[in-house]
Design a protein around this ligand. Structure first.
Ligand SMILES: C[S@@+](CC[C@H](N)C(=O)[O-])C[C@H]1O[C@@H](n2cnc3c(N)ncnc32)[C@H](O)[C@@H]1O
Length: 246
């Protein structure tokens, strides 16, 4: 049976993605696991470990390339000819993601730098304070690009969100970052997929922007948090991307 729209699913995306019909998705926005032995409950700066949900599901470094090719091949099949994908990646396994995108047939349109605040303090190297966001398209003649800013640069300075006192997952993306990707590369009514949903940000922002969505997350506690966040979305948000965020 095909996965339904406007629903999120608890499970392994490698098992569930085959249930999405060919060429039925307009946009994929996702932030896959990074294979860096991420210490999910580590307390740092303003964050109390007890309020960070446990269970973050990692993939080993040895498996990372094969894992990336497997899920990317599935999302390539699910995307329409006009479809696009944004993949958020740290630099450690960027090479595997770039090679896997190429391997499954995506054309790389942009390599965006997301500059955030609060990189972790270092003594003998530069503080990492950016992620990579790779924008790939299926067909260079058919992809969507809604030019909502006059001069859209590929370095995005967007702060991480404070979730003071609330339960959260360790790697939540800021809504404004996700909002920007969705506004540029989809229209109202389009279907947005995130196979690594975490706390649900991509589905939440898609719903606020009047897009349809499908999300998949393997950790029950994150899935439950995502369900709660989605239930709280009642009003569509109207675009608030301004040049100051870009
Ligand atoms: C970097 S986090 C995503 C964070 C998300 N963008 C947010 O804003 O909360 C990656 C997520 O992928 C999940 N995950 C890892 N392997 C998975 C798999 N095979 N299928 C589905 N989810 C998986 C992890 O549990 C984690 O929640």
């Amino acid at each position: 049976m095909a996965l339904a729209l406007d629903r999120i699913y608890l499970g392994d995306c490698l098992a569930l993605l085959p249930q999405i019909p060919d060429a039925s998705i307009d946009l994929v926005v996702t932030d896959p696991p990074f294979a860096i032995d991420f210490k999910a409950r580590k307390a740092n700066y303003n964050r109390k470990a007890t309020r960070v949900l446990d269970g973050y599901q990692e993939v080993s470094a040895e498996e990372y390339y094969d894992f990336s090719v497997r899920w990317l091949r599935e999302v390539y099949r699910c995307l329409k000819e006009s479809g696009s994908i944004y993949v958020v990646s740290g630099w450690t396994h960027l090479r595997e993601i770039l090679n896997a995108l190429h391997e499954v047939g995506f054309h790389l349109l942009n390599h965006i730098i997301w500059k955030y605040q609060f990189g972790v303090f270092t003594r003998r190297r530069f503080v990492t304070s950016h992620y990579h966001i790779l924008l790939g398209v299926k067909n260079l003649k058919k992809y969507k690009f809604n030019k909502i800013e006059h001069y859209p640069e590929d370095v995005w300075i967007i702060n991480r969100e404070y979730w003071t006192g609330k339960v959260k997952t360790p790697t939540k993306l800021p809504e404004r970052l996700v909002e920007k990707m969705i506004l540029y590369s989809s229209d109202p009514g389009d279907v947005v997929l995130d196979p690594f949903l975490g706390s649900g940000t991509v589905a939440v922002v898609a719903k606020k922007l009047n897009r349809r969505y499908i999300g998949i997350e393997i950790v029950p506690e994150y899935y439950e948090l995502a369900l709660k966040r989605l239930q709280q979305v009642t009003q569509p948000l109207f675009s608030s991307v301004t040049p100051a965020d870009s």
